[in-house]
Design a protein around this ligand. Sequence first.
Ligand code: C2E
Ligand code: MG
Ligand code: MG
Ligand code: MG
Length: 275
Amino acid sequence: VEFGKVVEDQLDLMRRLREHRTAGTVAAAELATAIRTGQIVPWYQPIIELGTGAIVGFEALARWQHPSGQLEEPGVFVPLAEDSDLIIDLDLMVMRQALTDLNQWQRHQPGTRMSVNLSARHFGRSEGLPQIHSVALDAGVAPEQIDLELTETIPLITDTTSNSSVTRLREQGFRVWLDDFGTGWSSLEHLIRLPVDGIKIDRVVALALGTHIGNAVTRAVTGLASEMGLITTIEGVETHRHATIAHQLGCDYAQGYLWSRPLPAAAVDAAMASA
Ligand code: C2E
Ligand code: MG
Ligand code: MG
Ligand code: MG
């Protein structure tokens, strides 16, 4: 009887594993279709220069607009895309749309910049850099107006490929940032190895602003940045007090719900046209 129960449990486990795998495959196929059929769209969050309070640009953040009307945030589908080269198509699709929108907005506000998130997976493919460059060329936006944020849930390739990719992108005129600094894979090692222009300080740090430790960490990061000649953006600023402290501690730029949540393109269109 006991043996039978063990076998039964084992079969049940195998069944559940198979179902799980099938579910994963179906979701990935669905996401691939969504990318192809334009269901993945960028929403935009303004980036503010702390010294002047001016909006200097926007970060494009992927949203999945299901045909049912449901809107999904990237927390689930971006990690799924990052499991495979789907993230390449997703990133390029978001970048293409974001630069088309930027073209429009620059008519009202010349000099407005666009930040897009890029997986390090692009660096592992020979066509990675040419693809990124041609998206900019096709949109008619100079690389000088584009910020590329290296986002990580997979480790950045730490060999020379990533280093030379960052160098190459900067030679082409792009600004390159290390995203989510202070969490996960976004480590001092990457700061040492990757010749980036700037650091995006993670929201976990912003949340601690105003405390002794939060201020100490922020001051250390901005000190390190200035020593290295890098610019800084702090993410996730939700209060005036945090914005003031971040500015006092040397952060150059900020993003956060204090100014705006990510907005659909139409909302930014309206704001830009009436500005
Ligand atoms: P991220 O690049 O670090 O983007 C910042 C995230 O913080 C965004 O979440 C934004 O909505 C959120 N945020 C900004 N200000 C505040 C605030 O004041 N309070 C709070 N609670 N949250 C704030 P979102 O849009 O959910 O994006 C999550 C992550 O998904 C991004 O983090 C990025 O790593 C990834 N992602 C989004 N779009 C793309 C994409 O097109 N390509 C790639 N590779 N990754 C993307
Ligand atoms: Mg980002
Ligand atoms: Mg970030
Ligand atoms: Mg993030």
